[in-house]
Design a protein around this ligand. Structure first.
Ligand code: SF4
Length: 112
């Protein structure tokens, strides 16, 4: 038997042992990470001017967030914001299956 076959068999055996040693509850925590959060690089997010931090919005480009009234607009007071899976994040109809930051903003903001 070649050393390659032995090494491969050892790798598979070790992988099975490590995999079976992980508590099942740890897997969702590992997979959850931040992938439920919408990325600012998402094409829709870019087109809508979405940012996780509304105070960073370029008001020259998105004048709806300019001035006193605009500066009070955040995702958490937008009509499209819904309760999320973690504190400070929530669902939004603009980004199905993703969550936006409560302190974020996009150009589709609607008064609640
Ligand atoms: S539509 Fe409202 S909740 Fe959704 S990203 Fe824009 S401001 Fe935030």
């Amino acid at each position: 038997m070649s050393n390659v076959k032995v090494a491969r068999r050892d790798f598979l055996r070790t992988s099975l042992l490590v995999g079976s040693a992980l508590p099942l509850g740890a897997i969702p925590l590992v997979l959850k990470a931040d992938n439920h959060r919408v990325s600012e690089d998402n094409p829709t997010a870019k087109a809508m001017g979405y940012l996780h931090d509304a105070t960073k919005v370029d008001v020259a480009k998105f004048p709806r967030r300019a001035g006193e009234a605009g500066s009070k607009q955040f995702c958490n007071n937008c009509k499209l914001y819904q309760a999320g899976s973690e504190e400070g994040w929530g669902g939004c109809a603009i980004f199905p299956g993703k969550e936006v930051n409560a302190k974020g903003w996009c150009n589709a903001w609607v008064s609640a």
